[in-house]
Design a protein. Structure first.
Lengths: 302, 339
């Protein structure tokens, strides 16, 4: 049974920090203002606006910032301002004792997949795969994807109905949702943060990968038994994909289709979970119903 | 790096050295090396392409050189075949490789090139005949799939080395290190005693270790994690190399190895050539490869060396995966010996 952290009430405090790559403070400004408009108090961690080479701080600084927000009972949710790379470097040094006693929402995607998987695997506490600070900029805080984060935070149950895709494998399924960034999920295989996918609905997305690399990561998922016993599979968007000088000869979607066509559970392609603005808030560890046809897809929180 | 002053050399020794005095207890006495028969003059070497495509012309230098070594050559049906980046469809590549494995006349299989594709066919290959009558599988990069799969499942030795596409068109114009690297394949195939030296690196961690050698391309090692082909590193000497990856990606892969316990019980760690993709502007990672490696292994005591001549570099000596080696890393440099 998954523990659901308390949903947020007006006046609750959200902490913003960067556990991985650095982000200038001004790029998080709209996010902070929007969260304030939503009625929350916002506190910023030391790692927001801080930089140590690629990272938002040394491993120790990032660790300390995240640890402090995990432990601080007055903080009801932690929004990771940015992914990038680096969460996996500190994850084994985090202590979740207080977090376990007082669960709170961890929000983010991309590199934050490491945290989502780790927390669900070890503590069965739900977390939120959702837009981060940059998604609020350029007036985008008004779009339905950022708004879906607000809905999720106040406990409104999601019911996403999106367009179908000719590649979809029709069917209905019900199961706990897990997933995130494909590269991260692949990097977690074999580690203690690796989530079991049996009887789950899995979702994946990625950015900036070579098509052949998506192919081999999908083979890794398949060969490590991660695809076999799913209830359903949600393929998000694969943004800014690259091809080799000699073309791979297939699109990313076709590559994935080739690998999953042998399974009889529902599979949908092009679901709005991605590094683009199309990125609905999804609660990892929470039960959803998935209904897939080639004309439409519905993902509904049970 | 100052390789010019410390040319790595291979010293073939006619007889197997018995003078070795390792100071470590041999904890795996039950380990029996499964070594395919070494080659004799006139033996048949097959060329197959389970991954990327290569033309017959591009394989000619390798064919000519191996004929010069006294071997006969059989070209697989995938040499010169092409399906986009692959040397034929999955079925064609699997069939060709299967035939090479099953044919008792073929004593060794050299891969045409790496690229990508081995993982797509590995589960289609039936190794029954191979286990009964082992033969040498030769290659690197994507061929790491075969090294790891074969070593983890069958404990049969394989040769991690250059393959057809790394033979120069004109040997008279090639670097001596490249010529030596290619000749080391011949020495491995003939069963010569293999020894390798690498220059001292101030960041090396000194020590000695004895264990079965295993490794290859870091990306492939990570991508096989969780599968039937997953690397087994316990009690072994691990070598890693990679090409064209960002530093942050390499860091992520090293964390995967560490967090999945694969760096814990090593007898030694050999870091070969890493051709790293430069950081994007504004995304400077700020850590060197040596720093990244050393921070992962700081709590362990085995020797660690850098700049070992293995990888996507000119100096890429043939290493026998699955065979016991002794590694010594000292102020004088790195010394690796196949026992």
């Amino acid at each position: 049974m998954t523990t659901i952290p308390p949903y947020l009430k007006p006046g609750d405090t959200i902490g913003i920090l960067c556990p991985a790559g650095f982000m200038p403070l001004e790029k998080a400004q709209t996010c902070i203002e929007t969260l304030t408009d939503w009625g929350y108090k916002v506190v910023t961690g030391k790692t927001l606006g801080h930089q140590f080479n690629y990272f938002s701080g040394t491993d120790e600084e990032r660790l300390q910032d995240l640890q402090q927000m995990l432990d601080d009972e007055s903080i009801k949710a932690i929004l990771c301002a940015r992914g990038g790379y680096g969460t996996g470097r500190i994850i084994d040094r985090l202590h979740f004792k207080k977090f376990k006693e007082h669960p709170k929402w961890i929000i983010g995607f991309s590199d934050i997949t490491a945290l989502h998987s780790h927390i669900y695997k070890h503590y069965k506490i739900a977390s939120m795969h959702a837009p981060m600070a940059a998604a609020f900029n350029d007036e985008e805080y008004k779009n339905k994807y950022v708004q879906s984060l607000h809905d999720a935070l106040i406990g409104r149950k999601a019911d996403y109905v999106v367009e179908g895709n000719i590649l979809n494998q029709n069917g209905k399924a019900s199961g706990i949702l897990v997933g995130g960034n494909l590269s991260l999920l692949a990097h977690l295989i074999g580690t203690s943060s690796d989530v079991k996918t049996k009887n789950k609905i899995l979702f994946i997305e990625d950015i900036g990968e070579y098509i052949y690399n998506v192919d081999r990561m999908m083979y890794q998922l398949k060969r490590s038994g991660k695809l076999e016993e799913l209830k359903g599979l949600i393929i998000g968007r694969f943004s800014e994909m690259k091809d080799t000088t000699i073309p791979f000869g297939q699109t990313t979607e076709a590559v994935i289709k080739d690998i999953v066509k042998e399974y009889d559970y529902p599979v949908c392609f092009g679901f709005p979970v991605s590094h683009d603005k199309e990125n609905y808030a999804l609660k990892i560890g929470v039960k959803y119903k998935l209904s897939v046809t080639t004309t439409s897809v519905e993902l509904k929180e049970s | 790096m100052n390789r010019k002053h410390f040319l790595s050399t291979i010293i073939p020794i006619a007889a197997v050295s018995t003078a070795f005095t390792g100071n470590e207890p041999n904890t795996d006495l039950d380990f029996k090396q499964n070594i395919p028969p070494y080659l004799k003059k006139g033996d048949l070497v097959g060329i197959a392409c389970p991954s990327g495509f290569i033309s017959i012309e591009e394989c000619a230098p390798a064919m000519n050189k191996m004929i010069e070594w006294g071997f006969n050559i059989r070209l697989g049906t995938t040499v010169g075949a092409r399906d986009f980046t692959f040397a034929g469809t999955d079925e064609e590549r699997a069939k060709d490789f299967q035939q090479m494995i099953d044919d008792p006349l073929v004593k060794a299989i050299m891969l045409g090139r790496g690229g990508y594709g081995a993982v797509r066919i590995i589960d289609k290959i039936n190794f029954k005949n191979f286990v009964k009558n082992p033969k040498w599988i030769i290659g690197f990069s994507d061929a790491t799939v075969f090294h790891l799969h074969i070593n983890s499942n069958f404990g049969i030795a394989t040769i991690h080395s250059k393959m057809c596409n790394s033979f120069p068109d004109d040997f008279s114009k090639a670097d001596q290190t490249q010529i030596d690297s290619i000749d080391s394949i011949r020495q491995c195939l003939l069963g010569n005693q293999m020894q390798y030296k690498a220059p001292a690196n101030p960041e090396n961690r000194y020590g000695q270790g004895t264990g079965v050698l295993i490794g290859g391309n870091l990306s492939i090692i990570q991508l096989l994690c969780g599968s039937d082909s997953e690397i087994e590193t316990k009690g072994k000497i691990l070598f890693i190399e990679d090409v064209g990856e960002y530093l942050y990606k390499i860091d992520g892969m090293l964390w995967n190895l560490k967090r999945s316990g694969k760096l814990k019980n090593l007898r030694g760690l050999i870091v070969g050539g890493f051709r790293i993709k430069p950081d994007d502007p504004g995304e400077e990672f700020g850590k060197t490869l040596t720093e990244m490696v050393l921070e992962k292994v700081k709590e362990y005591n085995y020797p660690v060396c850098f700049d070992f001549p293995v990888g996507h570099i000119k100096e890429n000596y043939a290493l026998k995966c699955g065979m016991k080696h002794h590694l010594k890393v000292s102020v004088d440099g790195t010394f690796l010996e196949c026992l």
